[in-house]
Ligand binder design. Sequence first.
Ligand code: COA
Length: 317
Amino acid sequence: MSFSVLGTGMYVPPRVVTNEDISKLVDTNDAWIMQRVGVKQRHISTNETAADMGCKAAIAALENSGVKKEEIDLILTASVSGESISPSVSCMIQNKLGVNCMTMDINAACSAFVFMLETAAGFFARGKVKKILAIGTERLSRIVDWEDRGTCVIFGDGAGAVVLEAGDNYMDAVFHVKGGDNVIDIPQPIGKSPFYEKEQKKPFIHMKGQDTFKFAVNAICHDTKQLLKQNNLTFDDIKYIVPHQANQRIIDFASVMLKVPKEKFYVNIDRFGNTSSASIPIALDEMNRQGMLQKGDLLLLPAFGGGLASAACLLRW
Ligand code: COA
């Protein structure tokens, strides 16, 4: 017993920030960003927290699923950009939704949505819950260094959510973690202890771009091939690959290396940028509402990012 997806939802803040807007902040331009990253615009929060956005995506997912908020037994939230370590983003969403259920945050950076689905599957397998709300929500504009042109052009804000109920449509997943802070690092913004002697890094996203790029392409290729192999499937069996929307070029490289046509990959990074843990549920909601997904379709969801952590799962719609 795992789960099936009953409904999807998303929310992005109304303020659209274009590449032209960013070129007024740092020395960059639309042509460079489009060629190296594939982002044309991103939505940036002006007054909403990760919990605010997550709550709106959750309400949209509940409406889409026909499930009442009182029926939810567990809220799981993935985020690296909440306002506080405690209360967790899940606790804040629970409070805003006005429900009274168990809550928990999952941190696996950009891969967290898949780690969260696996966690949800465990709760269903133990018969602990009947319905789960799983939310990825990020206000990455809060932790981006807006003076670093190597990172600020990549990321965006937003939230995506799914409502899950016990079922058999979450089929399998693979996970890989190679812990370390020398490729991607997001230090916590915590005050300086008079007793601590080491230098503290600025609380922004620090990323070695080319190392991240190589890790990401390898992860997406390795994880998807391993997952298909252990389920006796091929890419021909897959209707869509819905990857973490990190960078258009990462997806293009993976498409070439895997010999899978580009059309099989759902891509929306041009409109939203990289929204970390929110990117896959946002993509799923767009596909769902556009009527792209038919009952029985097999989806492959690969994700990769800070940790370094990567994962991929197989989901039957
Ligand atoms: N605009 C214009 N020029 C820029 C720039 C920007 N926003 N950012 C960097 N540059 C410049 C660099 O300063 C450098 O100039 P130089 O040759 O004069 O020194 C040049 O462009 C190349 O920089 P480099 O860092 O080697 O570029 P790159 O081809 O590796 O692209 C990234 C940079 C970040 C776009 C790329 O490495 C990348 O996409 N990495 C993966 C990032 C990602 O997906 N992260 C999320 C993972 S979940």
